[in-house]
Ligand binder design. Structure first.
Ligand code: AMP
Length: 276
């Protein structure tokens, strides 16, 4: 496994990789969710590149960029075990040199839900992913369903720009109690960790109501909201039932519908979703 820190070195090594090249962009502090992406990339491609880059431009000024958890030594040991070919770990200065101005704006699908709650977030995500795609030139890139809107935004960018690669969605990996794995789960104290299962409980309730025949989106949103509000440590940011492609909010639930939510547990903001 080669660890590469500069764009020139990555480009030079990329020329020697057997194709198709599978690529997994991450912000590090790896868990089983990330590793599911890496394993799928490993199974489907002769070459695998993983990036570790905590992207400052997708964090708001009041967000957790500085204290985002980092453990590159542990990450590299995990990736070595998964037989990754190249790990790309650029510095912020290399990804955003002073003259850099080519931002990527994706439009409407980037403006709602997470985009509304975190202005500029998807501009940062789309810009860094476009930049990583330009550098790594992958044939396939792997993203987690955990960040469902991110997947919608990236797919839209790839379609709009006729980028020559396939975007592969990987199912959300969960803890035994249903909590979606996330690097941010490390912020939770034991009491908050227990309370955090309420996100999955609300999604499971939506799934059950849907299976029982409920089609009124507002009824499902309200029941999810009532359930979450019973948890004193939880503070709802949004509960959404939207068209899975346009992200327009639905009155009547029609598949594929994205049920997504953002909830603060103490000071930690968690997101999760399912697709009906
Ligand atoms: P991050 O390091 O949080 O930027 O995540 C890197 C990639 O891993 C993204 O495509 C995420 O959607 C994906 N990912 C994060 N958590 C999970 C999870 N629990 N299950 C599946 N994929 C995940």
């Amino acid at each position: 496994m080669m660890v590469v820190e500069t764009i020139d070195d990555l480009k030079r090594l990329r020329l020697k990789l057997a194709e198709p090249v599978g690529f997994v962009p991450t912000m590090g502090y790896l868990h089983e969710g990330h590793l599911a992406l890496v394993r799928q990339a490993r199974a489907e491609n002769p070459s695998v590149v993983v990036s570790i880059f905590v992207n400052p431009t997708q964090f708001g000024p009041q967000e957790d960029f500085a204290k985002y958890p980092r453990d590159p030594r542990r990450d590299l040991a995990l990736l070595e075990k998964e037989r990754v070919d190249i790990v790309f770990m650029p510095s912020v200065a290399k990804m955003y040199p002073p003259q850099f101005t080519s931002w990527v704006e994706v439009g409407k699908v980037a403006e709602r839900l997470e985009g509304a709650a975190r202005p500029g977030h998807f501009r940062g995500v789309a810009t860094v992913v476009a930049r990583l795609f330009d550098i790594v030139q992958p044939n396939r890139a792997y993203f987690g369903q955990k960040d469902a809107q991110q997947l919608v935004v990236i797919k839209k960018m790839v379609a709009d720009r006729n980028m020559n690669l396939e975007i592969v969605a990987v199912p959300t990996v969960r803890e035994p109690d249903g909590l979606a794995m996330s690097s941010r789960n490390t912020y939770l104290n034991p009491e908050e960790r227990k309370a955090a299962v309420v996100l999955y409980q609300a999604l499971s309730l939506a799934q059950r109501l849907w299976s029982e025949g409920e089609r009124n989106a507002q009824t499902i949103r309200q029941q999810m909201t009532d359930l979450i509000q019973k948890q004193p440590l939880a503070d709802i940011d949004y509960v959404s039932i939207a068209d899975a492609e346009t992200l327009d909010e639905l009155d009547t639930v029609r598949p594929p519908a994205l049920v997504s939510l953002a909830v603060k547990i103490g000071n930690t903001r968690l997101i999760d979703n399912i697709v009906l």
